[in-house]
Ligand binder design. Structure first.
Ligand code: PMP
Length: 800
């Protein structure tokens, strides 16, 4: 007979199966004997507690509680009633009610079964209004009533389509996110199936009768203790659903989740625990060869909402296996205690064991990689053998050779530091593309956020490209008022060439003697750095720029001669293009009057002046945003690349409206990737950082400190002919001796190698390749100068 009571107090009148295993923190429900209510009693209870007059009730079967589908005479479903395990603490049920309501409110796309208010419940009773007590034979049980949600339960996990898997992953992430702001003291509980308490399963091991299964579970628990436990407390944690499985949701015919129906395992644990549970549930019944693919689909859906952190991805394989191991152990133990039908437990264990065997057999590191964790550097080291040969085979001979005879396999980089696959750190004094520093968080966040939102082309309206263009123009003289985005420096220069020839009607070009301006067919003749010496059949003439070290070509004579050579070939210049820091010509700080005269002569000959800011722009010189500003000139076009996106491919051409108009009279410009929102986000973040970190004065100070420290440290070394530069575009010219100033490329190459051996990266440049190219990311600061000079001096000493 049913005895109704509304008592809220702790109930210790429930039978415990085996008290030897009852640890102080262990949830009593695990140990409690299920109490069975008859369907007749269920109908009585439903009427008495919630006023639901059911003609019949169907026991839906449940592990710890009892769940009844209440029906009318015709069999139509009225409500679902849950009768809790007698060991259940009502405060835990209140947490469930509050958590479910919280999640439903936080994310209205989630359909969540919410408990009804009990009949006659006190409106001020808070969460207690969502339960009613029933007392039979001295045992109190709590009753909750739910609406009948759409969909069917107990779907066979293996039957779910790929689409359903992705969607399930997404639902899981949404639920986790919806619970993020929820907290309840009762969430701190020890549920043994929560992977964080995997150690609690050790005493259960003897109940696993199959020796293979026992060994497999032990392997996983050992791995958990040694690898996961020490890192568990640093994983993102919150109140989570804790049991997101096919059994706790309803689905439609397509396998899409229609409702989440059970919050009985809510707990505070690592967010990742939800995924471990999901993988263990949805891997059920799959062929082992399909398990990681299934997992990746679930993760794809999950990470649409909540991207996983690197540490989480690295530990997910272990957590998945641990959840499977815990499933096996608890099943065996409960069966041994008579708390569970051994056949039911057996069915669960067998599928979990398949997963454990497959994960363990795959190997933990490889399993992590298959789940999307970044490659473990130790594995990378072993995969490196033969990589150079494979690279040669795949790329062929046209690609530029690797740096260094013993190439470096890079693993990661941050700021001015790069780390190779063996974990060796290098001070990066070479790379100017990661302008504001490798992996700058402002850029990586902006890029990943934008990638998750939208990445498309300029045929659609979007603020990002427009705002970036406006910001770039704000850094330019007013005559430059038009921006065209491209994807590289080469494209920017190629487009400049196209526009210049269109606008001027001229077909010739001028560049410095050892310049580099890009890879395209039009830019190749503008890139003598990469061309063999020989007859020049192109419409491009070259001039030798000022050699500031030797005091050569300080006037415009060489330039004029080049214009005349063009004229003799019946060509007039459409443009003159010049890199303001003369990176490829050996890094020279040109006199403003010199450049002003060259620009005047270009205009006089009918050509346009293109300031190639691919090397010298974005604050490289420390004086101004663009290197041409040093010369007091107004170019007709400015081209940008490299530094612009801190590594994200992006370039731009900035020009005058009349030049763009000449072009637009006949054609239009569109490039698939140009102006894409991800590149725009990166380039905008770079501009933000240049402002916020006050990069320019820092670059100037660091450059000055670097040059004077190198000069002081090498004052007595006759091989160091010249130390020069602007901001962080620097050259150290290596010569046979200071008297002859004869370039010495061999020694320069050896110094470069010696620096590498001391963990410092530089390059060589100039016509004779005898100039050490020292142009670190702009994140380089004055305090790092001694690291460089010490390594340089040591490298020089080593050479004797
Ligand atoms: N202009 C200059 C001055 C360069 O240094 C480079 C590249 N080194 C380019 C243009 C070409 O840029 P990208 O490699 O992005 O095509």
């Amino acid at each position: 007979m049913t005895d109704l009571s509304s008592a809220d107090g702790p109930m210790d009148d429930h039978p415990i199966a085996d008290r030897s295993l009852a640890r102080p923190n262990m949830d009593a429900v695990l140990l409690a004997q299920p109490v069975r209510m008859s369907v007749t009693d269920a109908c009585d209870v439903a009427g008495a507690t919630y006023g639901v007059s059911a003609a019949q009730a169907r026991d839906l079967g449940s592990e710890r509680d009892q769940t009844f589908l209440l029906q009318d005479v015709a069999g139509a479903a009225l409500a679902v009633m849950k009768v809790s395990n007698p060991a259940e603490d009502p405060v835990t049920l209140d947490m469930e009610a509050l958590g479910a309501r919280h999640a439903a409110q936080a994310d209205r796309t989630l359909r969540i079964a919410l408990p009804r208010r009990a009949q006659g419940s006190d409106p001020d009773a808070g969460p207690a209004a969502y339960r009613a007590a029933t007392r039979r034979d001295g045992v109190t049980q709590w009753v909750r009533m739910y609406d009948v949600e759409p969909g069917q339960g107990r779907t066979d996990a293996a039957s779910l389509s790929d689409h359903a898997l992705v969607s399930f992953g997404e639902t899981t992430a949404r639920l986790g996110r919806a619970l993020r702001g929820f907290i309840h003291p009762r969430a701190i509980r020890t549920l043994p199936w929560d992977v964080q308490h995997a150690a609690a399963c050790r005493p259960m091991l003897p109940t696993i009768t199959d020796p293979h299964a026992r060994a497999a579970v032990t392997t996983v628990l050992d791995r958990f203790d040694s690898v996961v436990a020490p890192r568990f407390s640093s994983l993102r944690a919150q109140v989570i659903h804790g049991d997101i499985t096919v059994d706790n949701v309803l689905m439609d015919d397509a396998g899409l989740v229609t409702a989440i129906i059970d919050f009985g395992d809510m707990m505070h644990s690592a967010l990742l625990t939800d995924l471990a549970v999901l993988l263990d549930s949805l891997g059920t019944g799959r062929d082992p060869s399909d398990l990681f693919r299934v997992a990746r689909l679930l993760l794809d859906g999950y990470q649409r909402i909540t991207p996983l952190e690197t540490d989480e991805l690295a530990l997910l394989a272990e957590l998945w296996a641990t959840r499977s191991a815990v499933t096996v152990a608890i099943g065996a133990w409960r069966a041994a205690q008579g708390l569970e039908d051994p056949a039911f437990a057996e069915r669960y264990s067998a599928t979990s064991l398949v997963m454990i065997d497959h994960i363990v057999g795959t190997g933990w590191d490889r399993a992590a990689e298959l789940l999307g964790a970044p490659r473990d550097p130790r594995r990378a080291a072993s995969a490196r053998s033969g990589l150079v040969g494979r690279r040669d085979a795949a790329f062929g001979p046209a690609i530029e050779a690797l740096s260094y005879t013993e190439p470096i396999e890079m693993q990661s980089a941050e700021g001015v530091w790069m780390v190779d696959a063996d974990g060796r750190r290098y001070l990066d004094m070479y790379n100017n593309v990661p302008s504001i520093g490798h992996s700058h968080p402002r850029v990586t966040t902006a890029v990943t956020r934008q990638w998750r939102t939208l990445n498309t082309n300029l045929r659609y309206l979007h603020h990002s490209a427009v705002e970036l263009a406006e910001r770039l123009l704000a850094h330019c003289p007013p005559s430059l008022d038009t921006v065209l985005f491209v994807n590289s420096g080469s494209e920017a220069n190629d487009l400049a060439w196209r526009l210049a020839t269109w606008h001027t009607g001229n077909a010739g070009g001028l560049c410095t003697e050892f310049a580099y301006h890009g890879i395209t067919a039009a830019m190749a003749p503008f890139s003598p750095e990469t061309l063999p010496d020989g007859p020049n059949l192109s419409p491009v003439e070259r001039w030798a720029p000022t050699d500031t070290y030797r005091g050569l070509h300080t006037d415009s004579e060489e330039f004029q001669a080049a214009v005349e050579r063009l004229a003799r070939r019946r060509l007039a210049p459409a443009l003159t293009i010049m890199d303001g820091v003369l990176q490829s010509d050996g890094v020279h700080d040109l006199a403003p009057e010199y450049v002003q005269e060259l620009l005047r002569l270009t205009h006089e000959a009918g050509g346009l002046w293109v300031a190639d800011e691919v090397q010298g722009g974005h604050g490289r010189t420390g004086d101004a945003m663009w290197s041409f500003e040093r010369f007091g000139i107004e170019p007709d076009m400015v081209t940008l690349g490299k530094a612009m996106g801190d590594g994200q491919p992006v370039g731009a051409l900035i020009t005058r409206r009349d030049i763009a108009e000449s072009f637009s009279r006949d054609t239009v410009f569109f490039s698939t990737f140009a102006g894409n929102q991800v590149s725009m986000a990166a380039a905008t973040a770079v501009l933000d950082v240049l402002d916020d970190e006050r990069v320019l004065p820092r670059v100037r100070a660091a450059g000055e400190a670097l040059r004077s420290a190198v000069r002081a440290a090498t004052a007595d070394d006759d091989r160091v002919g010249d130390v020069r530069g602007m901001g962080l575009a620097n050259g150290i010219e290596i010569v046979k001796d200071r008297t002859s100033a004869v370039p010495d490329a061999v020694t320069a190459g050896r110094i470069k190698d010696g620096l590498r051996a001391r963990g410092v990266l530089v390059g060589t440049t100039g016509r004779e390749l005898n100039v050490l190219k020292v142009r670190p990311p702009l994140a380089f600061t004055e305090d790092l100068v001694p690291l460089f000079t010490d390594a340089l001096v040591a490298a020089l000493v080593d050479l004797g």
